[in-house]
Structures are given as C-alpha cells and as structure tokens.
Design a protein around this ligand. Structure first.
Ligand code: HEM
Length: 122
C-alpha cells in the first residue's frame, strides 16, 4: 500500500507551531479596529486554547475540540461579511509572520471558510 499522506497538521509543524500561529493571530486581531472591539469581553486564554484545539483537530491532528459549535458560540454577535473577511485576513497575516507556506495557508483557510454560514448572521 502507498504510505499515508502526511496530515496538514504535521505539515504545519504540529501543535506547538499551530499555537504560535494562534498567538500571533490573536495579536493581529487585537490590533485591527474592524474586529478588535468584538473581542473586548472575550476570555482570551480560553479562546486561545479552543482555537488551537479546533485547528489541530480540523487539520488531522490528535486533539479534540472541546468548545461550543460555531453557530451557538457566535449567535447574537451580528457578525458581518466584512468582519468575517477581516478575521480571515488576520489569520493570513499571522500565518505569513510565522512562515507558513502559502499553499498550506490556503489549505487551512479552506477548512475554516465553510464555517462562514454559521458565523455570519447579517
Ligand atoms: C472562520 C472564522 C471563525 C472561527 C473558526 C472562529 C472560532 C471560534 C471559536 C472556536 C470560538 C470559541 C467557541 C466557544 O466559546 O466555545 C469562538 C468564539 C468567539 N468568536 Fe469566533 N470564529 C470565527 C469568526 C469570528 C468572527 C468574524 C468574530 C467577530 C468579528 C468572532 C468573534 C468571536 C467571539 C467574540 C467569541 C467569544 C469569545 C468569548 O466569549 O470568550 N469569531 N470563535
């Protein structure tokens, strides 16, 4: 049999590398006036943990996401298309800063983009 294809998780460099991307992402979000205000009341340490779990699991890593589903956790926030796009841009910026190759950036984004339908509510 052909050897198993490497997971996106392992190509990204595993959990430590993903955690660095998430830390940088949260820094970029905090500096972006289009989206920073939305996170003013957020529990950032908890959010960090959940984002690392979510990306780790979605990319085929050994983690289990323990947070709420995307629909209930973003309900009532009135998130716009523009805010969603700003957040995606922040993730690209963070991945650039952490040296993630562009092809891998797009593969991760392709996994997260479908969550759009549960997150954008206006
Ligand atoms: C693909 C896009 C997104 C992903 C993958 C994502 C992921 C997550 C995750 C995993 C959580 C934690 C769920 C939980 O509390 O159990 C969360 C919470 C949250 N998200 Fe998102 N999110 C996205 C887009 C956005 C956007 C566009 C905004 C606003 C501009 C936003 C604002 C928030 C806020 C404020 C929380 C709650 C934090 C707290 O209450 O502590 N998210 N998100």
């Amino acid at each position: 049999a052909a050897p198993a294809a490497p997971t996106l998780y392992s190509q990204l460099g595993g959990e430590a590398a993903i955690a660095k991307v998430i830390d940088t992402f949260l820094t970029v979000v905090g500096g972006d006036p289009r989206i920073a205000p939305s996170f003013a009341g957020a529990n950032l340490p908890r959010l960090r943990t959940l984002l690392v779990e979510q990306v780790c699991e979605a990319t085929g890593g050994p983690c289990k996401y323990t947070g709420r589903d995307m629909k209930s956790s973003h309900a009532g926030m009135g998130i716009t298309e523009a805010q969603f796009n700003a957040l995606a841009e922040a993730l690209y910026t963070a991945m650039d800063r952490e040296g993630v190759p562009y092809a891998l950036q797009n593969r991760l984004m392709a996994l997260l983009a479908p969550m759009h339908r549960d997150i954008v509510t206006r």
